[in-house]
Design a binder for this molecule. Structure first.
Ligand SMILES: *[C@@H]1O[C@H](CO)[C@@H](O)[C@H](O)[C@H]1NC(C)=O
Ligand SMILES: *[C@@H]1O[C@H](CO)[C@@H](O)[C@H](O)[C@H]1NC(C)=O
Ligand SMILES: *[C@@H]1O[C@H](CO)[C@@H](O)[C@H](O)[C@H]1NC(C)=O
Ligand SMILES: *[C@@H]1O[C@H](CO)[C@@H](O)[C@H](O)[C@H]1NC(C)=O
Ligand SMILES: *[C@@H]1O[C@H](CO)[C@@H](O)[C@H](O)[C@H]1NC(C)=O
Ligand SMILES: *[C@@H]1O[C@H](CO)[C@@H](O)[C@H](O)[C@H]1NC(C)=O
Length: 333
């Protein structure tokens, strides 16, 4: 009988110590722990964050990652769950974050909290496929180390802040699939460090491409599905390194025959649904790696050049123009 009680008691102690291990054994920094608890509360304790159990080691929780040497929270990814509310201001209390992601959460609304500017180590900020509204905040340019800024698939309105050109390490800027208006800032021709890939498609941008773009050698630029007008030939730099240009479904109007292609780099060129005139420049056959071409639905005329990579494209690259002719379209008269 006595031994039974002794065994039961020691089992009880064992269980108790498993359930409440001493706090000092946790890797998680107390200030990160507190910030995460604030975040969880601000999001109304969603089931998606069920692994964030109070008084356990936050470095073991799902959806986040601690640095292996400092044990500070460096990555927080809240992705595709039943989570609603605004982006908690407490994210700004995780000063060692390098990667912050809120993605595919249609019930995340409101604006981006100013506190993100405390995150001076942030490399990637991904707030996409949410329902964020209001203007794209000016203060984002205060993040000195940002290399990827993705605010695509939201409901942002207003114009693009010109301050976004202040980033020096930016490699990609995604503002596509919002409701942005106004023109592309002149300052985007003066990124002070690296030249980012620029994704501005599916907005309501107007005006022409800034003259300053003559200085910029974008590798990838997608301005499709806006209301942009005028001459876009400044984007074509014969000795540049541009790989992808998508200007489709705008109101661009310029003489296509004057364009000089980046022969060594260009891979994909989509100009469909604009008002381009002139002919297709013969020089296009010298583009070494062209894999996609669409100049359909423009006002182009004349014979389609043949040879080089051009032979792989069918009539769907050229149809609905004023008077383009020759294979793969009908014979010229
Ligand atoms: C969004 O909120 C609505 C209303 O509260 C709810 O019915 C819906 O399930 C939520 N969706 C997600 C993905 O959380
Ligand atoms: C943060 O993002 C960068 C760029 O996308 C990536 O290279 C890096 O591995 C990410 N860091 C962590 C901790 O996931
Ligand atoms: C989020 O956006 C979708 C469409 O993108 C819309 O149907 C839905 O009502 C929005 N939800 C909220 C909570 O605003
Ligand atoms: C940018 O990141 C580096 C480490 O990648 C860090 O040393 C530096 O302090 C950060 N810059 C600023 C202004 O905090
Ligand atoms: C392109 O490079 C070639 C040779 O490297 C040079 O002769 C030519 O002038 C350059 N063209 C332009 C427009 O810079
Ligand atoms: C070019 O764009 C038009 C209009 O969107 C489309 O119908 C056609 O299939 C596209 N061509 C190619 C080769 O993708």
């Amino acid at each position: 009988m006595k031994t039974h009680i002794a065994v039961a008691t020691s089992l009880l102690f064992l269980c108790a110590s498993l359930i409440t291990p001493s706090l000092s054994a946790f890797l998680c920094h107390p200030s990160d722990y507190n910030a995460l608890m604030e975040i969880k509360n601000a999001l109304n304790n969603p089931y998606h964050l069920a692994s964030w159990v109070p008084n356990t080691d936050c470095c073991g929780w799902y959806t986040l990652q601690c640095d292996e040497t400092t044990n500070r929270v460096v990555e927080l990814t809240i992705f595709s769950g039943q989570v609603s509310g605004q982006i908690p201001s407490a994210v700004g209390k995780l000063p060692y974050l390098t990667n912050l992601t809120f993605r595919k959460l249609s019930n995340i609304t409101g604006s981006i909290p100013r506190s993100v500017t405390n995150l001076k180590n942030l490399i990637t900020l991904r707030l996409s496929w949410l329902n964020l509204t209001g203007p794209v905040p000016d203060f984002l340019s205060e993040l000195p180390n940002l290399t990827f800024l993705e605010l695509d698939f939201n409901q942002f309105t207003g114009s693009i802040p010109s301050s976004l050109s202040k980033f020096t390490k930016l490699l990609a800027l995604h503002l596509d699939r919002n409701q942005l208006t106004g023109s592309i800032p002149e300052s985007f021709g003066h990124f002070s460090g690296s030249v980012p890939d620029l994704y501005l498609s599916h907005n309501q941008l107007t005006g022409s491409i800034p003259k300053s773009f003559a200085n910029m050698d974008f590798q990838r630029i997608d301005l499709s599905r806006n209301k942009l007008t005028g001459d876009a030939s400044v984007l074509f730099k014969p000795n540049g390194s541009t790989q992808i240009i998508d200007l489709s479904r705008n109101v661009f109007e310029f003489d296509f025959s004057k364009v000089k292609f980046p022969r060594q780099s260009l891979i994909s060129l989509d100009l469909n649904h604009n008002s381009l005139y002139g002919g297709i420049p013969e020089d296009i056959v010298n583009v070494e790696n062209l894999q996609f071409l669409n100049v359909s639905y423009n006002r182009l005329c004349g014979e389609i050049p043949t040879g080089g990579k051009l032979d792989i494209f069918d009539s769907y690259s050229y149809f609905h123009n004023r008077c383009l002719c020759g294979p793969p379209l009908l014979k010229c008269k």
